[in-house]
Design a protein around this ligand. Structure first.
Ligand code: GCB
Length: 657
């Protein structure tokens, strides 16, 4: 990525200042996250207004990218500050216009939307709380409402929100102006990390030329990527709910903890309903246990004839605020399931679970990383067609809307944070670690109640051979486990087993390898030997179950070669088959999963090894199958059908997909 910053040395300092703004704020944010982050749902006490659609947009092309702050663009309608363009939300801004400078833009961009707040939200003098929530925006966001700053957030892929009741109460009936400044600059201390490199050789680069360097393999799309909503709650409200579940054959326990904000004087009543709407358990108070006799457990797809079973926990809060009665109702879907790891197995509800799945990206033509319902549903249909029972959210948390469907369909998730490309020694320091801890807090706060999430992944392919990685991962994994003792924790490694300083702390070893691709290119015959040695070395060292968390080969659809040659569809297929024969031996021992790299082709930075992006998809970026998709489909269905947990009836029932 490159962008000209015509600003001289002083200008460079100003640009770096922007970077420092983000970094300083990261330091400030490094305290425990406050409050819950319940997904906004309508209920008798809560209303929702979606703010998707066309927003006004302006990239700050000024030399230091700081004109927006100097001129306070948030104080007036954006169109009055200079030229604006229409920008869809949610979407990445990069591929929307024909301007190559915007595609590769680095720095601050500005979004704005004017909205009318429903009159009834403002009528009852602050007993209605109005919240502005962003599902995610990449990377650093500052938000103003009617010129007043309401929230600042570091990091893409995770939600943030602000209570804007007082501001909107002040001017009822007029349009409410939401302004967002967004900076996509990555520094050694952001997640993912990156660095800005100034090219000072004036014989080779224009004045003030700089690039954003990253050490990850996907395009750094930026923008307001997920839904923006306004929602209401009463001023005394249910702030957070945490559930954990245990079960035996005949009875399950749903443990809950609820926090209420706005008053000390409240009462809580709970009822758990099954899918027919029948109440199966009731409770009260801010914490306790619900006993569910003969529970319907949450099972993964292909492991049960009715996968993804969820109960619905209705939490009702009643309180008095300034003498006025208030009631808040929130309904949380709850899946009852357990997860355990032994030295050779991954158990869901006490039964061995084998991950036969994929790694994905949030990535598509035009919209980049912006949420797209059509794409989401298509992807779930393809996953089920493939017979995939799981995926890893490589390499960042996916949209809550996607996670909801994982819960619903029984697709098992390894939930990964944006700790990808942590390669620079300075990214293992305290500043980076503090931010990483906060990101894990935000991720767990968001996804802790999801039955589909069975393991946290704190990073992908960090330089875990560096000595500081030992303290870094020890601390990070201990923190993650303290936040959520109910799930195993991993990170994904491509470091040699003998020098990996993070592996001692994980519950499951996740290994990426690209034999006959990045090593010994073209030599498929080395795979059996090298892959067998990989598994045996890791197991001998740690006695922990192993997932092959990535393997794959690029293929250009329609490119054929027999005998198989790299980049042909035949080579991709042949490589998969070589890996599969080793998996089949080792899954009888301690290999508990295989996740193909990648579900679909995706966009990357430009480079000599990338042809309009990474082509290791078994589907194209437009979701058409390559030949490898059929190889994988046959294999995944075979594995599922071998599983003793699948009654014959679903085998035939599912085959229609
Ligand atoms: C990896 C990375 C992934 C890349 C992939 C590749 O090891 O984890 O992000 O895209 O290899 O294709 O090189």
């Amino acid at each position: 990525m490159a962008a000209a910053a015509p600003c001289g040395v002083a200008g460079q300092c100003r640009l770096q200042l922007l970077v420092l703004v983000a970094a300083a704020a990261a330091g400030r944010a490094a305290t425990a996250v406050r409050g819950g982050m319940l997904y906004p749902r309508e209920s008798p006490s809560r209303e929702l207004k979606e703010l998707g659609g066309i927003w006004s947009f302006r990239a700050d092309f000024s030399p230091g990218r700081d004109a927006g702050f100097e001129q306070r663009w948030y104080r007036q309608p954006l169109r009055q500050t200079g030229p604006v363009v229409d920008m869809p939300v949610p979407a990445s801004f990069n591929d929307i216009t024909q301007d190559p400078h915007l595609e590769n833009y680095i720095g601050w961009v500005w979004y704005e939307k004017e909205v009318l707040i429903p009159q009834r939200w403002l009528q009852d003098d602050l007993s209605t709380r109005v919240v502005l929530r962003f599902g995610s925006a990449h990377y650093y966001s500052i938000v103003w409402v009617n010129g007043v700053q309401v929230v600042e957030h570091e990091g893409g892929h995770l939600p943030f929100e602000a209570d804007i009741s007082r501001i909107v109460q002040r001017s009822p009936g007029v349009l409410c102006r939401i302004t967002v400044a967004l900076n996509n600059t990555l520094t050694p201390h952001t997640l993912p990390p990156g660095s800005i490199q100034y090219m000072n050789d004036r014989t080779r680069y224009p004045k003030n030329y700089f690039v954003q360097n990253t050490r990850f393999d996907f395009f750094n799309y930026a923008g307001i990527h997920r839904p923006v909503v306004l929602y209401t709650t009463p001023s005394v409200y249910i702030d957070d709910i945490t559930v954990t579940t245990t079960s035996s054959e005949s009875v399950a326990m749903v443990r809950y903890q609820i926090s209420v904000v706005g008053s000390e004087l409240y009462s809580l009543s709970l009822s758990l309903r099954d899918q027919e709407g029948k109440v199966v358990a009731t409770g009260d108070g801010p914490s306790g246990e619900l006993k569910v006799p003969n529970p319907n457990l949450w099972w993964p797809y292909l492991m049960h004839e009715n996968p993804g079973y969820r109960y619905f926990l209705e939490v009702k809060m009643q309180a008095q605020a300034s003498g006025v009665p208030q009631e808040d109702i929130y309904t949380l879907p709850v899946g009852i399931r357990t997860v355990h790891v032994t030295s050779t197995q991954f158990l869901i509800n006490g039964k061995p679970f084998y991950f036969h799945g994929v790694n994905k990206h949030e990535d598509a033509d035009i919209r980049g990383k912006g949420l797209d319902w059509a794409l989401i549903v298509k992807d779930f249909n393809l996953l089920r067609w493939l017979g995939a029972n799981s995926f890893r959210t490589s390499h960042y948390p996916y949209a809550e809307e996607i996670m909801d469907l994982c819960d619903t369909y029984g697709i098992v998730v390894i939930d990964e944070c944006p700790g990808v490309g942590i390669k620079m020694p300075e990214s293992f320091g305290n500043k980076s670690l503090q931010h990483h801890l906060v990101v894990m807090e935000e991720l767990i706060r968001r996804d802790k109640n999801r039955p589909s999430v069975v393991m946290w992944s704190v990073a992908n392919e960090p330089a875990s051979e560096l000595p500081p990685a030992a303290y870094y991962f020890k601390t990070l994994i201990a923190h993650t486990k303290a936040l959520d003792p109910s799930r195993p924790v991993t990170f994904v490694s491509d470091t040699n087993y003998a020098v990996d300083h993070g592996a001692p702390y994980v519950d499951v070893i996740c290994v990426n390898s690209y034999f006959s691709w990045y090593h010994d290119p073209g030599h498929l015959e080395v795979i059996p030997l090298q892959l067998t040695a990989q598994f045996e070395n890791w197991y001998k060292t740690y006695q922990k179950p192993i997932i092959q968390s990535e393997y794959g080969a690029d293929s250009i659809p329609g490119l054929h070669s027999d005998p198989p040659a790299m980049f042909s569809e035949e080579y991709q297929k042949a490589m998969l088959k070589e890996y599969h024969s080793v998996f089949d031996k080792k899954r009888k021992e301690y290999v508990i999963g295989e996740l193909i790299w990648n579900f679909a082709d995706f966009m990357t930075d430009q480079g000599t090894t990338r042809v309009l992006g990474n082509k290791k998809g078994i589907f194209t970026r437009q979701r058409q199958p390559k030949s490898a998709a059929f190889v994988l489909r046959e294999r995944y269905w075979k594995i599922a059908n071998e599983s003793s947990c699948v009654p014959p009836i679903i085998k035939s029932h599912i085959l229609f997909l």
